[in-house]
Design a protein around this ligand. Structure first.
Ligand code: CUA
Length: 129
C-alpha cells in the first residue's frame, strides 16, 4: 500500500508539468489568434510606374502593415490624407505600419522621381467603417 502511494508521489511533478505545458499551449494559441486579427498585412509591389495592387481596402481602427517591395528602382509611397509615407527601396521589404483613424477614400502616389511615368504612379486606400 505504501509502495503504491510512493509511486503516485513520484509521478506528481511529471503530471504537473504536463498540465502546465498544456495550459501554456492554449495560451500561446490564443495570443497568436489575437495577433492575426489585430493586424491587416498587405503586400504591395512597386515598379515603373505602378503599384500592385493599386487599390487597398482596410478597416478603420484595425492596425495595418503595408509591406512594400520594389521590382526595379527607388520609388516612394505617400498618402497625405492618412499622413503616412515611406521610401520603397529595391532589394528589401519596407514595412509601413499605421492605424486608420477615419473612414474614406485616400489617394496615394509615388514621391520619389522614378522616370517619365512618375506622375501617374498612383493608387487609392479605402478605409471602411
Ligand atoms: Cu515611382 Cu516615382
Amino acid at each position: 500500500m505504501k509502495a503504491a502511494k510512493d509511486r503516485m508521489k513520484d509521478r506528481t511533478p511529471a503530471v504537473a508539468l504536463a498540465i502546465l505545458v498544456f495550459i501554456l499551449g492554449i495560451f500561446l494559441a490564443e495570443v497568436c489568434a489575437l495577433a492575426d486579427e489585430a493586424e491587416q498585412v498587405i503586400k504591395i509591389t512597386a515598379k515603373r510606374y505602378e503599384y500592385s495592387p493599386n487599390t487597398i481596402t482596410v478597416k478603420k481602427g484595425i492596425p495595418v502593415a503595408l509591406e512594400f517591395t520594389s521590382l526595379d528602382r527607388l520609388h516612394g509611397f505617400s498618402c497625405p490624407g492618412l499622413a503616412i509615407r515611406t521610401d520603397v527601396v529595391p532589394g528589401k521589404v519596407t514595412t509601413l505600419r499605421f492605424v486608420p483613424q477615419k473612414a474614406g477614400t485616400f489617394p496615394f502616389h509615388c514621391d520619389n522621381f522614378c522616370g517619365s511615368g512618375h506622375e501617374g504612379m498612383t493608387g487609392t486606400i479605402i478605409v471602411t467603417e
